[in-house]
Design a protein around this ligand. Structure first.
Ligand code: 5AD
Ligand code: SF4
Length: 460
């Protein structure tokens, strides 16, 4: 979300006539985007802004930490030039043009100006779908800093994605704290909008249908989700629209019913697992990823073991583990933060090790299959390899050899030869479009090298 908001600010600043600096040192003005979801994230952003101020630049701070601190931000950073809340970033070009510092704009529940501003170029784009959150999970500061939930009108989102497609974007990722609540708190579809051709009645699946119809868009992703939103219509949309990637980031936070109730997550372990089962019934390779918090106040060894076993039962393809961090003003901040730091660390490590083993086992099931990958470019670790992602958001790398270099965003079919916990390694690749000759040549070389004609022919 912050990456997207920063991109919008960049686009707005460029439109206002500024230039992007070649490096941080070169910049006259730097805007630091901040997060306050955990204490450490906030400290990092404030520390960074402090260093830039020391380097005598014009410095602005935007994002969630600004909203949390309010006017106190100028006590932490007395020489900060301006600070804007997460729903006020559209004001930055005007603030800079006016140059009257210090300046604070919190934005409250505003719908930011320039939310559809994008930087030219690139084949992937984030699109903000919902602002804020009304869930109020006990540990979470997001509702206090990002304001009430608001769904953008469908017509606006469809227009934004169509404009991106015209600029060459092939993959969009729709963003919201809880994207499956799209159109629930406020109406997203207007009575004047054309009815859903497939008879979709729920606002989010209906949006997936509309976005799927946009030429040039090849992949649609979205994040984050809540199990309550895993409805039959959502599953039907996954089944009917091949552009909708079969990957869902479904934060679980805990596997203990007692902790889930304390957190106010509004589902039980069984309900969560039922949502995962529904997705995997459609497709056993459906990728499900999650967020987990370890060391929530009062989390016992038994609660922790329940989280471990839930993660195993759900068969997560990937997971992000966070050590509980009390946030001011949240309900759980009133509870004693009683799991010692060393124990939080231990639980974190245990879940990471579990995930390594589980990720490997899940990826090994894909060895021998052919994955459809959108190419990203040379692998960062090994320039002889190319890298991309499959629909499940799995990283796929393959030897590029003499075969044609796929352009960024080009669709490539890769046969998987081996698996690691976080990466699939391919043996051969074929570009889907019109490079058949070149691919056949590279396969023949591969065949001679490995003396495995039968297998290579199947690949062809
Ligand atoms: N402490 C630790 N992790 C947190 N998260 C949200 N609030 C906290 C907190 N107070 C995690 C949740 C959420 C992810 C974005 O950050 O797991 O899904
Ligand atoms: Fe925070 Fe819960 Fe909203 Fe996610 S759903 S942003 S965890 S309050």
């Amino acid at each position: 979300m912050n990456v997207r908001d920063s991109e919008a600010v960049e686009a707005l600043m460029l439109a206002a006539g500024h230039e992007k600096a070649a490096s941080e040192e070169d910049a006259e003005l730097v805007v630091v985007n901040s997060c306050t979801v955990r204490q450490k994230a906030e400290e990092k952003a404030v520390g960074k802004a402090g260093n830039l101020i020391a380097a005598k630049k014009v410095v602005g701070l935007m994002g969630c930490a600004v909203k949390r601190m309010g006017a106190d931000v100028f006590k932490r950073l007395p020489k900060l030039d301006f600070a804007v809340g997460p729903r006020a970033f559209g004001l930055i070009p005007r603030i800079v043009a006016e140059g009257r510092y210090p300046r604070l704009e919190l934005g409250e529940d505003a719908v930011p100006e320039g939310m559809d501003a994008h930087v030219e170029g690139g084949w992937q784009a984030f699109v903000t779908l919902l602002l804020g959150c009304d869930n109020r999970c006990s540990y979470c500061i997001v509702p206090d800093v990002r304001g009430h939930e608001y769904s953008r009108p469908a017509r606006e989102v469809v227009a934004e994605v169509a404009a991106l497609a015209r600029r060459g974007v092939k993959e969009v990722c729709l963003l919201g704290q809880s994207v499956l609540r799209y159109g629930m708190r406020n109406k997203a579809w207007d009575d004047a909008d054309a009815p859903s051709p497939g008879g979709y009645t729920e606002p989010f699946p209906r949006l997936l249908e509309a976005l799927s119809a946009i030429d040039g868009i090849e992949r649609i992703r979205f994040t984050s989700a809540h199990p309550k939103g895993c409805t039959d219509e959502l599953v039907r949309a996954y089944a009917e629209f091949p552009k909708v990637c079969r990957h869902l980031h479904l934060p679980v936070q805990s596997g203990s019913d007692r902790v889930l109730a304390e957190m106010g997550r509004r589902y039980t372990r069984a309900e969560y697992l039922a949502a995962v089962a529904k997705l995997r019934a459609l497709d056993p390779e459906f990728a499900v990823t999650t967020d987990v918090i370890v060391g929530y106040p009062g989390e016992t060894e038994e609660d922790f073991e329940a989280t471990r076993s839930l993660m195993e039962e759900a068969g997560f393809d990937n997971s992000f583990v966070f050590k509980y961090s009390p946030r001011p003003g949240t309900r759980s901040a009133a509870l004693p933060d009683d799991v010692p730091t060393a124990e939080k660390e231990r639980r974190d490590q245990v879940l990471l090790a579990d995930q390594e083993a589980r990720g490997l086992a899940r990826n090994e099931r894909l060895v021998g299959t052919v994955r459809e990958v959108l190419s990203e470019g040379p692998s960062k670790r090994n320039a002889a390899r190319w890298s991309g992602r499959d629909g499940g958001n799995r990283i796929v790398v393959w030897e590029i050899g003499d075969s044609p270099r796929p352009a960024p965003g080009e669709k490539v079919r890769v046969r998987i030869a081996s698996a690691h916990a976080q990466i699939l390694v391919g043996e051969t690749a074929s570009i889907k479009s019109n490079n058949t000759t070149a691919v056949a040549a590279s396969l023949c070389r591969e065949t001679r090298r490995r003396g495995d004609a039968g297998r290579a022919l199947t690949t062809c």
